[in-house]
Ligand binder design. Structure first.
Ligand code: ACO
Ligand code: ZN
Length: 282
C-alpha cells in the first residue's frame, strides 16, 4: 500500500524552466517541502541544475554561476555533441538536483538519495553559450546484477530525435570497454522498453545479416555486451529462435531479416567509439 501511495502521489510541480525551454512535467518528484507548497513552477539553472521558486532568483543566479557545462569530465565529443561523466560522490548536489529533475519524467523509479554510488553520463548539445543538457543516464559504480544503466531520460523537447538510442548505445560502449555484459535496471517504462527493443533489434539484426545467422547467442553477447537473456527475448519476439534438442538456435532466413530490418526503422545517432576517451571506474 505504501508503495502504491508513493507512485500515485499527485503531481506537485506542473512546469519547469530549463535553459531556453519551458517544460510541462509528467510525474511527482519529492522536492524538499519548501518547494512543494503552492509552487507550481520551478526555475532550473541549466548548468549546475540548482532550482529556484522565482524567475528573478534564477536571473540573479545566472549572473554569478560560472558553469557552462556539467561539472565533470568530458569523455566524448563529436561535432556539437558531448558526453560528460559526473561522479555523484564528487558532485553530490549536482547529482541530487539531477535526480529531482529526472523524477519529474520517470514514474516507477525511486529516487536515489545515495548519489555517491552512481556515475551520471550527461549528453549535451554545445554552442557558443555553453553545453546544454539533452538527456542523461545514471550507472551504478558497482552492480551485482550486471546493470549497466539505472535511469535514462531524454528531456521532452529533445525526445524522438534519436538521443535515447544514442544514450543506450553509449551505455553498451562503456560495458564493452569494461569487458562486461550489461542490462538496464528493471522495471523499464513503456518508452524505455520501446527504445531498448528498438536498439537491441537493430544491433542484432545487423550482425545476423553479416554473419548469415551462423552465430550463437553467446557470440552475439560477446560482440555487443548485450546480456544473453535480452538477446534471447529480442530474437524470440522477432520469431527468430527455434528450440531444438534442448537448445535455442537462431534461425533466420535472409528475407525475414531484411523485412525485420526495414521495420526496425532508422538507426538514430551513432556513437563514434574512436571519440570516446574513457577508462572504467575503479
Ligand atoms: N511513442 C512511440 N514510440 C516512441 C516514443 C513515443 N512517444 N518515444 C520513443 N519511442 C520509441 C520509438 O521506437 C523510437 O524509435 P524510432 O523513432 O526509430 O521509431 C525509440 O523509442 C527510441 O527513440 P529515441 O528518439 O532514440 O528516444 P528518445 O530520445 O525519445 O528517448 C526515452 C527515449 C529515454 C525512453 C524517453 O522517452 C524518455 O526519457 N522517457 C521518459 C523517461 C523514461 O521512461 N525512461 C526510461 C525508464 S526505464 C529505465 O530508466 C531503466
Ligand atoms: Zn548554476
Amino acid at each position: 500500500l505504501r508503495e502504491h501511495e508513493e507512485f500515485t502521489k499527485v503531481k506537485n510541480i506542473a512546469k519547469i524552466e530549463l535553459g531556453r525551454y519551458e517544460i510541462d512535467t509528467w510525474y511527482f518528484s519529492p522536492f524538499p517541502p519548501e518547494y512543494n507548497d503552492s509552487v507550481k513552477q520551478l526555475y532550473f539553472c541549466e548548468f549546475c541544475l540548482n532550482f529556484m521558486k522565482r524567475k528573478e532568483q534564477l536571473q540573479r543566479h545566472m549572473r554569478k554561476c560560472d558553469l557552462k557545462h556539467p561539472p565533470g569530465d568530458e569523455i566524448y565529443r563529436n561535432g556539437t555533441l558531448s558526453m560528460f561523466e559526473v561522479d555523484g560522490k564528487k558532485n553530490k548536489v549536482y547529482g541530487q538536483n539531477l535526480c529531482y529533475l529526472a523524477k519529474l519524467f520517470l514514474d516507477h523509479k525511486t529516487l536515489y538519495y545515495d548519489v555517491d554510488l552512481f556515475l551520471f553520463y550527461i549528453l549535451c548539445e554545445c554552442d557558443d553559450r555553453g553545453c546544454h543538457m539533452v538527456g542523461y543516464f545514471s550507472k551504478e559504480k558497482h552492480s551485482e546484477e550486471s546493470y549497466n544503466l539505472a535511469c535514462i531520460l531524454t528531456l521532452p523537447p529533445y525526445q524522438r530525435k534519436g538521443y535515447g538510442k544514442f544514450l543506450i548505445a553509449f551505455s553498451y560502449e562503456l560495458s564493452k570497454k569494461e569487458g562486461k555484459v550489461g542490462t538496464p535496471e528493471r522495471p523499464l517504462s513503456d518508452l524505455g522498453l520501446l527504445s531498448y527493443r528498438g536498439y537491441w533489434t537493430r544491433v542484432l539484426l545487423e550482425i545476423l545479416k553479416k554473419h548469415k545467422s551462423n552465430i550463437s547467442i553467446k557470440e552475439l553477447s560477446d560482440m555487443t555486451a548485450i546480456k544473453a537473456d535480452d538477446i534471447l527475448s529480442t530474437l524470440q519476439s522477432l520469431d527468430l529462435i527455434q528450440y531444438r534438442k534442448g537448445q535455442h538456435a537462431i534461425c533466420a532466413d535472409p528475407k525475414v531479416l531484411d523485412r525485420h530490418l526495414k521495420a526496425a526503422g532508422r538507426g538514430g545517432l551513432e556513437v563514434d567509439v574512436s571519440k570516446l576517451i574513457w577508462t572504467p571506474y575503479k
